[in-house]
Design a protein around this ligand. Structure first.
Ligand code: SER
Length: 340
């Protein structure tokens, strides 16, 4: 009995999943198996070979997937984001770490079945970094992949450990066994900055003030930012994030010198976001009411990322600068979305 060949996307209904499915579906030869706790919307679902409502912690469900589908690549996007994770750290660990372990195991098993390496694309995050104080953050400038890896959030700890797990599965899995894995897992991770989509609003992240501010401004709703005006972390428009995922997937293995790559586009302060949002949507009503604790998390994240490794190894370059993000992507699409 032949199984259907697919690309598995977990967290398919989330912000990145949505964008990714639309782009992958435009490519030939990628049948998509979408998995999420909640069903994906119908427009997205129509682009998938199959959509499954289920939990990545449900071993039986994963086993069923293995019996029905031949999985050649996995985009493991499901996660509990940084703010939400602080309310239920142990649950976050389960979802973010054990969920990832389940998927890595599934990837190895799949590779044994069909005799090919399974590509495993993993979105990591700026949350893996932890700067001890603002003076260090200011002095650090654009942080490279190997520095300041002392995260203070459960989510950051989870992502950093999962990068290590991925590297372990790709290079050292069962290293004492008589016979090594013939094919195994080709693990590739991107450390994303805050992401901004014109079509969806994030939930449970700490970089959410950027997108929340813009979407509120477009709807003429008052918005009180939970970070200070001068709070600065890197951001990127969703189309560039999707391009980065696809670019890393397509990169020839021999060009890759690492399993983990920073990617970034720009680093506006929250105040600059507010100015741009107000310029685009004059009815915006944005104020700043910092929540010391969430601000504290943002203060530990770098103000900028050094993405030279991604540029050098696989030619990454963000296409959307800050102005272009607003002028060509956010404003027209958000206006359409809210009918303003
Ligand atoms: N944007 C995410 C968050 O804020 C970080 O990866 O949690």
């Amino acid at each position: 009995m032949s199984r259907k060949q697919v690309v598995l996307i977990t967290g398919a209904g989330g912000e990145v999943g949505n964008g990714l499915i639309h782009r992958l579906a435009e490519r030939d030869g990628y049948d998509i198996l979408a998995l999420d706790l909640k069903d994906v919307d119908d427009d997205t679902g129509a682009r998938c070979q199959a959509r499954i409502v289920g939990d990545i912690l449900d071993q039986r469900l994963l086993e069923r997937l293995v019996s029905e589908y031949e999985i050649h690549a996995i985009f493991h996007l499901a996660a509990l984001l940084s703010t939400r994770a602080e309310f239920t750290p142990e649950t976050a660990h389960e979802v973010n770490v054990r969920g990832t372990l389940n998927l890595l195991k599934l990837a190895v098993e799949q590779s044994r079945w069909h005799g090919r390496q399974v590509k495993f694309l993993f979105p990591s995050s700026i949350a893996v970094y932890g700067l001890p104080d603002l003076a260090t953050k200011d002095a650090a400038g654009a942080v490279g992949e190997d520095d300041h890896l002392v995260p203070t959030t459960m989510y950051g700890c989870n992502k950093l450990y999962c990068e290590h797990l991925g590297r372990y599965y790709a290079r050292h899995y069962r290293q004492l066994a008589v016979e090594g894995e013939k094919h195994g897992v080709d693990f590739r991770a991107l450390r994303f900055p805050g992401l901004i989509s014109a079509f969806t609003v994030p939930h449970g992240g700490t970089s959410d003030y950027g997108p929340e501010m813009i979407h509120a401004a477009a709807q003429g709703e008052a918005y009180a930012s939970f970070v200070r005006e001068d709070a600065t972390i890197p951001f990127m428009a969703m189309p560039d994030a999707i391009d980065a995922l696809l670019g890393l997937m397509d990169a020839p293995a021999e060009n890759l010198t690492s399993h983990v790559y920073n990617v970034t586009a720009y680093s506006p302060s929250a105040g600059t976001f507010a100015e741009l949002a107000t310029k685009a949507f004059p009815k915006a009503d944005i104020t700043f009411k910092p929540d010391d604790k969430r601000q504290g998390i943002v203060d530990t994240w770098p103000a900028a990322l050094d993405d030279r490794r991604a540029r050098d190894d696989w030619g990454f370059k963000a296409a959307y600068g800050l102005e272009r993000t607003f002028d060509e992507y956010l404003i027209p699409n958000i206006k359409k979305r809210y009918g303003v």
